[in-house]
Design a protein around this ligand. Structure first.
Ligand code: 5GP
Length: 112
């Protein structure tokens, strides 16, 4: 099982802020901004480059749900960034697709 499957199964604790039968969101253990949550499908897709057309609706629902999660966390008005790291150069460290939602401070652009 991946770390995130273990969180979904409640084998590893995490502060879960949103959950559906398909995906869930929880606070990152090493936050890079005052608000930093991960939105993760329960079905393992290793990374976005391995997503298929069959995953399109799930991924779309995750994107749409990010608005509700941002509202819940109080960053909808101030702004937030959604990030998916794919592969070594991007810093991907957990091979279970996840979308970072970062906010609560000004985020520099371009990213480092
Ligand atoms: P990546 O670098 O793959 O894009 O992001 C992985 C993220 O997962 C990192 O921000 C890291 O802090 C977070 N992470 C790794 N292990 C755990 C964990 O056990 N619990 C939580 N809540 N976050 C984790």
């Amino acid at each position: 099982m991946t770390i995130f499957e273990k969180i979904a199964a409640r084998e590893i604790p995490a502060k879960i802020v949103h959950e559906t039968d398909e995906f869930f969101a929880f606070h990152d253990v090493n936050p890079q901004a005052p608000t930093h949550v991960l939105i993760v499908p329960k079905r393992v897709i290793p990374r976005i480059a391995e997503a298929s057309a069959a995953d399109s609706e799930l991924l779309g629902r995750m994107l749409v749900a990010s608005r509700e999660i941002a509202q819940k966390l109080g960053v909808a008005e101030s702004g937030y960034r959604l990030v998916i790291n794919n592969g070594p150069d991007a810093g991907e460290s957990v091979p279970h697709l996840h979308m970072h939602l970062l906010g609560g401070r000004h985020l520099a652009w371009p990213p480092g």
